[in-house]
Design a protein around this ligand. Structure first.
Ligand code: HEC
Length: 93
């Protein structure tokens, strides 16, 4: 029983400390904000199953476009979903 508690605490800490690292964009434009949030969710949901998530700052717009085209097939996402991920990854406040 004790082991389970320790395990849960450790797991909780890991989840808590991992989640805020992925940048959350903020904008005053409500429509854009919704779009960015959706893009972030799709990104986390579809792109973290095979490898760690790459941070938005790792590539520029051209780099992301290229990688997203390659990964679209692997992640089985639609063009719209790909576009939303791109907007999220390349958003400059
Ligand atoms: C089915 C597994 C799988 C999924 C899902 C997946 N990837 Fe990948 N990804 C890979 C593999 C394997 C590589 C390395 C080999 C390659 O480049 O093809 C890679 C490489 C990458 C790279 C290149 C890193 C570099 O330094 O060159 C980026 C960026 C990337 N993925 C982003 C994404 C994004 C964004 C998504 C979601 C749309 C995604 N991946 C979903 C398997 C996957």
């Amino acid at each position: 029983m004790k082991k389970i508690i320790i395990f849960s605490v450790v797991l909780g800490c890991v989840i808590y400390s991992c989640s805020p690292t992925l940048y959350k964009p903020v904008t005053i434009d409500a429509v854009k904000q919704k779009q960015l949030n959706t893009g972030r969710i799709i990104y986390v949901d579809h792109c973290s199953s095979c490898h760690n998530l790459h941070l938005p700052k790792e590539f520029n717009v051209e780099g992301w476009k290229k990688h997203l085209d390659t990964m679209q097939v692997k992640a089985k996402i639609s063009d719209t979903e790909k576009q939303l991920i791109l907007e999220y990854l390349t958003f400059k406040p």
